[in-house]
Write a protein that binds this ligand. Sequence first.
Ligand code: PLP
Length: 480
Amino acid sequence: MFNSKSHLDPVDWDQIRSISNRMVNDILNHLATIETQAVWKNANATTETAFQGALPSPSRQLDDVHESFLNHILPYSIGNAHPGFLGWVHGGGTVVGMLADMLASGLNANLGGRDHIPIAVEQQVVAWMRELFEYPESASGLFVTGSSMANAIGVMVARTKALGVDVRKTGMQGVKQRLTAYTSTAAHRCVSQALEMTGIGSDYLRLIPTNSEHQIRLDALQQAIDQDRRDGHLPFCIIGTSGTVDTGAIDDLKSLSEIAKREGIWFHVDGACGALGRLSKRFAPLLDGIQYSDSIALDFHKWAQVPYDAGFILVRDSVVHKATFASPAAYLRREQRGMAAGDPWPCDYGPDLSRSFKALKVWFTFQVYGADRIGQMMDHTTDLAHELARRITKESELELLAPVVTNIVCFRYRCDNSNETNAEIVIRLQESGIVAPSSTTINGTVAIRAAFFNHRTTEREVNLLIEETLRHGRDLAGKQ
Ligand SMILES: *Cc1c(COP(=O)(O)O)cnc(C)c1O
């Protein structure tokens, strides 16, 4: 089928049409019947060895390779598309996003820059995010892999704001004052990594304790800033979290914005989990204050269900954003006309030059479902989390370990040896393939953590989680 010597296109396009119909059908069938399958299962040895071959030199038929996909890849993904997947913070994906991604691959656009409409599509999504977060027209935005990268960019731009663009040349070598940043102990570990990548060092990220709601303590934050100023340091960035990874807690963003403003410090929000909750009428008030931030990291691939990966950074001050990354180069010369015209060039706003057309699957998602419907889907997942919390408080053998703000529930099976038992319950649940939470530790106690980020999850999975937890808990505790 691909035996032309001069190019890699099919020789017989009708034949490829029939195989591609089958490929699309197979993945649609998989999604249409996903609840009848296991959330996750371990691959057997045959499958493991299928990925240990040498670089293939003879050619194989496309349908034969697709057969390998069906047998050895499809059944063994982590299972986040499955309604019973309740672990970590994973979106479920949609058919719409999948098809859009296929079109984007076919187009094979490079979104680094230049004059073409795919850039306008990305800028359309940027404009939507400006609207959603009440940012000014002049704000800039960029698709990146995920919030890990988006948070790093936020911190890098904050560093430019604090030290000026010369820091790009001198690095931290010439900087006499120590820069200090602030976030809570509940922040995602990628915030520490961001400080490491900027050369500031994670020792200079002050991890501020949290209150009983798992929000950053404002009094402790103020004290830490004051202490750093007394010590001659330069406080430069506060990182608030809207939706912590352990419990879904949302920092008091309004108060953080006020502290940042008073102190003249950059205010960045890690909104990976929850920022897009602005799409939900019910949830939006909890995020009040996010509109006063200087930058926001968020993930379309989590709560908004866009297929991986689709992270995003929004920056209020596009001038300092661009000044952090733009570099002249002969081969990136801009013209007034022709293909090398166009503005902006996304490569000026982040470390990537070649960039995929992630914006298309987001554009399709918002066009097809509409923003309200996505907000309602978020409400639905939040309802399920609250329903689970209600069920837990009614079961004497179970205990809720953190307040449920949005869509994350942390609880345990009450017993002696609680930590070991609950860790084992989670592993058994995952291995059962029926319903799969993850675990975390809340104030030293191992928690079963159920995160409702999948639009396919229903009350059925809530029931299964309760029943199966009780069953394994009783078994492990030696009760009937
Ligand atoms: C998922 C998550 C991140 C990391 O985002 P990626 O998209 O996985 O890179 C950062 N912060 C929080 C709160 C998260 O939930």
